[in-house]
Design a protein. Sequence first.
Length: 213
Amino acid sequence: RIGHALLNAIAVLIIACPCALGLATPMSIMVGTGRGAQAGVLVKSAEALQGFEQVDTLLIDKTGTLTEGKPKLVGIETIGEVLSLIPSDKRDNLVGFLKERYESKLPIIQKGLFTVEGLPDLLPRNAVPVVFRELDQQTVLRLLATFRGSNDAVAEYLLGNISSRMADQYREDLKEIAAVTPGEAETIQREFLTTLMDMRRRGVITISKPGAK
């Protein structure tokens, strides 16, 4: 009943005073921008305010630190780190775009990429056993299988920094693991890098910054 009465009241108001409709929009904008300003959010235009209803992710590009407003800076990830965790075809497209727009910065971005090939430089020796304890045996075996024939040195680096008994067992079990396709290998390795970064965020391990050496 209240909704029906309100609808009729608005209809009568607009018919009797058409200017009410013209005032409603700017009034809504004024209220919306005013409430946003109170929360420390400045809106540049009515279109931006309307489009913000569709937003589900907020990316902030700012030099320095955030010192005002409600958002809280909880961590920083470099472009290289982000690119390391997306499929290679999408990463290549983004690198191509960055090359066109920011060619001078591309070497820095590429130097900051986390790669499985760089694990011996990124992952400290004493962190390897910690990582292995975080993963189940089958996950470790599938990861080692992705290195077979292409990155044997990486596999040996990992196995060389755990107990010899455990390493021998993994080598023996690895013989029973079927070969993985390039697509599967990329997914497994990307998930492994994601796990490493998550462990670093939680303070479980430390990882050297790419290009630090």
